[in-house]
Design a protein around this ligand. Structure first.
Ligand SMILES: Cc1cc2nc3c(=O)[nH]c(=O)nc-3n(C[C@H](O)[C@H](O)[C@H](O)COP(=O)(O)OP(=O)(O)OC[C@H]3O[C@@H](n4cnc5c(N)ncnc54)[C@H](O)[C@@H]3O)c2cc1C
Length: 415
């Protein structure tokens, strides 16, 4: 198809939809409402800590095949770094116990049989009920499929699902938990190596994509918010950007890669997730101890994960809605007290920043999951993308990129 592809939204869904039509020689224009690309996955210079930080720590796993494919396609694969093995150090703040979970590479979970690799305090038989999650029916919550208690739950299942689904796990959609377990634990250690954008989300996932597009003549229009869509018959006819509008030719198409609330305001009758969960991140400007791992799980505290970056320690707290109204300095002090006790660093609060993303992800309940639309819309030249579309995954980078890839495929196949 020779027409122009208009991509609305320069988050990861929009950016990952762009390379395919660009490489096929189509004209592509990306329209982004704000002054920056990346959406919920971005870096910015923060005056309080005097350095560039990410809006939030983002963890990828080596099994995130679409995310890794995207990085390869924009020439940035080597910017994501991780250890050679799938290892997750943990500390329990209540008991003081420390251990490292070590998955073996292959699909057969030998690690479960090895007390030095599996979760301390668990037996092999404790892992068997997890298989029930693999075949969880649509519409059920995790708490209806497995018992959400016991040592294995507290030390492995809860931290894994809380991080992946961004919701108190018993309330989470079992089919999303199932997808996470199928693509991680059940796929073996080769799929579970933690990967981190050590130099920042911007330089890893966003700027290389913008550079890739720029070099190929793709226009990325910042501060160009789509205000309305005019539909006619089976097609989108006009994109209204307020100050200007674009009339679509018969071969032109639109990939709408905006968050669900924005999509619902632009497309009449579109059912989308309407509830969200927050993620709270605390960033501290301080050199991590030399032996601090890139990522560490923390149990029985407010802190859930500690990420170590050059000159900075950053903390993630998922489903952080309870902390949205906590005074920022109180939060920074409480979080730092835990970080100091885990790392052995001084208790004096270093320069800090708290970033609270209220609508970090849609609420991954069965009810909200059921409201996710597929990518194909009711209009022939309109396709939906975003982590909230029905990818079968929770709202993650991998889901956003798969949705972008899928949208690009639908456009290509409709030619
Ligand atoms: C703090 C935090 C931590 C996270 N941690 C992880 C993690 O560890 N691992 C992981 O895999 N995922 C994580 N995620 C989720 C991940 O960031 C998202 O799933 C992903 O970035 C969503 O991308 P998207 O393109 O679907 O949406 P968005 O990033 O929301 O992009 C949508 C874009 O559309 C633009 N837009 C909106 N309206 C308009 C309009 N009318 N016209 C033009 N443009 C418009 C927006 O400005 C935005 O740039 C985290 C998210 C947050 C917030």
């Amino acid at each position: 198809m020779a027409g122009t592809v208009h991509i609305i939204g320069a988050g990861l869904a929009g950016l990952s939809a762009a390379p395919r039509p660009t490489a096929a020689g189509q004209r592509v224009v990306v329209h982004e409402a704000t002054a920056f690309a990346g959406g919920r996955c971005r870096s910015y210079h923060d005056a309080a800590v005097g350095m560039t930080i990410d809006n939030g720590n983002h963890l990828l796993l080596s099994g995130n095949r679409a995310a890794l494919g995207y990085l390869r396609s924009i020439g940035a694969a080597e910017r994501l770094v991780g250890r050679a093995q799938a290892e997750f150090p943990f500390v329990d703040l209540k008991s003081g116990q420390r251990w490292t979970l070590r998955f073996n590479d292959g699909r057969l979970p030998f690690w479960v049989f090895d007390p030095s690799r599996r979760v301390p305090g668990t037996r092999v038989l404790d892992y068997v009920p997890l298989a029930r999650l693999l075949w969880a029916p649509r519409g059920k919550a995790v708490g209806e499929v497995i018992a959400c208690d016991g040592v294995l739950y507290r030390r492995l299942v809860e931290p894994l699902l809380l991080a992946a689904l961004n919701i108190d796990p018993p309330l989470g959609a079992a089919r999303l938990a199932s997808a996470v377990i199928r693509e991680t634990l059940a796929a073996g250690g080769r799929a579970c190596r933690p990967l981190i954008a050590r130099e920042g989300l911007g330089t890893t996932l966003i700027e290389p994509a913008l550079e890739y597009l720029r070099l190929r003549g793709t226009v990325v229009r910042m501060e160009h918010q789509l205000r309305a869509i005019e539909f006619g018959g089976e097609r989108v006819q006009t994109l209204d950007f307020g100050g200007d509008s674009v009339a679509l030719g018969k071969d032109d198409s639109v990939i709408l890669a905006v968050p669900p609330y924005a999509a619902a305001s632009l497309v009449r009758g579109l059912e989308v997730p309407t509830e969200f969960r927050a993620i709270v991140n605390a960033h501290f400007r301080i050199d991590p101890p030399p032996d601090e791992p890139p990522i560490r799980g923390v149990l029985n505290g407010m802190v859930e994960w500690i990420f170590a970056f050059p000159g900075r320690l950053s903390v993630t707290i998922s489903a952080g809605d309870r902390l949205i109204d906590t005074p920022r300095e109180d939060l920074a002090r409480k979080v730092w007290a835990e970080v100091a006790s885990v790392t052995g660093l001084p208790e004096t609060l270093p320069p800090w920043q708290i970033v609270r993303e209220r609508r970090a992800t849609f609420a991954a309940t069965p009810q909200q999951d059921a409201r996710r639309p597929g990518a194909a819309a009711a209009w022939r030249n309109l396709v939906l993308a975003g982590d909230w579309t029905d990818t079968g995954l929770p709202a993650t980078i991998e889901g956003a990129i798969r949705s972008g890839n899928h949208a690009a495929d639908l456009i290509a196949n409709s030619a």
